[in-house]
Ligand binder design. Structure first.
Ligand code: G4F
Length: 337
């Protein structure tokens, strides 16, 4: 029988790659989206524009239990991937209350609705390496204690604890993926990798001259989102529910990311990157690097993309998109009277 999956956050980077992966595997894919997304689909469902006739979108809000309950009551879901969240760490410092509300209550609502209506549905929670925060050991693995450093990180620890509690208390198949940073050409512009790749392309095309960044020394374990959604799927196919770290095991600084991205188009980052204190955070997570031995041995997961391939794909993709737009603008200008 065709399996039914529900993805919250289907319009985001991970949701769009996951929807593609599940459709490829023959799933009936449902997505929970905010009503505004359905009202302005050309902008808000951009990442899944090519899938719109293949997926079923349902309006609901993570802040409203009745709206979630209603969707869950209508379909007999086999799997639920809960990816929706306020996921920008800097924004969580600006408005910690909204981040906590959406991320903690939203997760609790999903779990409570599933427990009530679909206790057999397998549940994936998008945990984060931000939960390790001020890291207690290097590299970080499943047993590393959490020490979150932002309202976002705190909300993810709460979501992780809720997920484990539903597993232990109600014997539901609930798992958390502790995913380290995962990027790609569909990444939002507010995150550092996309900010860099996009600005590099703009500088190359003469549309900008400088790139303003905060902490250049922060180190992250950057993988490709396409590889990471496969790990999510694998976690829900196991015989027993468990939590897994998903990471490449390689760490690079923001500075190194800049160096590689500018080099990709033959430029020197030192001539364009400017440190702007406004982009520093009140509390920083200095170094993240994951040990994904458990995911590699138990799930058989491993990343395909290297760091260089990731940076290249992001820069080239932005260059192509912007060149097309720029070409379009130039031809519009030359054809105007
Ligand atoms: O790209 P970022 O904003 O990602 P961050 O904070 O590591 O969080 C991302 O990964 C987590 C997984 O570990 C997710 F849970 C989370 O939802 C999100 O996807 O920042 C990366 C680093 C930080 O140290 C930041 O301080 O880059 C540094 N940075 C330096 N200048 C900057 C900038 N970050 C941003 N966004 N913008 C800057 O101008």
């Amino acid at each position: 029988m065709t399996k039914k999956a529900l993805i919250t956050g289907i319009t985001g980077q991970d949701g769009s790659y996951l929807a593609e992966e599940l459709l490829r595997r023959g799933y009936e894919v449902h997505g929970l989206v905010r009503r505004v997304a359905l009202e302005a689909p050309e902008r808000r469902t951009e990442r899944i524009a090519h899938l719109l006739d293949k997926v079923n979108l349902h309006p609901a809000s993570l802040e409203s239990y009745p709206s979630i309950f209603h969707i869950v009551s209508r379909y007999d879901f086999d799997e639920c991937y809960h990816l929706a969240a306020q996921s920008f760490v800097a924004e969580s410092f600006a408005d910690g209350f909204s981040t906590m509300n959406t991320n903690i209550n939203g997760t609790h609502y999903m779990l409570a609705a599933l427990r009530e209506l679909r206790p057999q549905c397998r549940f994936y929670f998008a945990g984060s390496s931000e939960m390790f925060g001020k890291v207690r050991e290097v590299p970080q693995r499943e047993s590393t204690p959490f020490h979150p450093r932002s309202p976002y990180g705190i909300s993810k620890v709460a979501g992780f604890d809720l997920t484990r509690n539903y597993r232990e208390a109600y014997h539901m198949f609930c798992v958390s993926g502790i995913l380290f940073n995962h990027e790609g050409p569909r990444r939002g512009f507010e995150f550092v990798t996309r900010k860099i790749s996009n600005t590099v392309a703009r500088i190359k095309l003469g549309l900008a001259t400088e790139l303003k960044l905060g902490n250049l020394e922060a180190q992250r374990d950057w993988g490709h989102a396409k590889d990471y959604v496969i790990a999510m799927y694998m976690m829900l196919q196991q015989s027993e529910p468990d939590d897994y770290v998903v990471a490449t095991g390689e760490s690079h600084s923001v500075r190194e990311f800049c160096e590689r991205a500018f080099a990709e188009v033959g430029l020197n980052y030192k001539e364009h990157v400017v440190v702007d204190e406004r982009f520093r955070r009140p509390a920083e997570v200095d170094q993240l690097v994951g040990d994904s031995t458990k995911a590699r041995t138990v799930l058989g997961w491993r990343p395909k993309y290297t760091f260089d391939e990731l940076v290249r794909e992001m820069v080239q993709s932005d260059l192509e998109t912007l060149s097309r737009t720029k070409g379009h603008e130039v031809s519009k200008l030359s054809s105007s009277p």
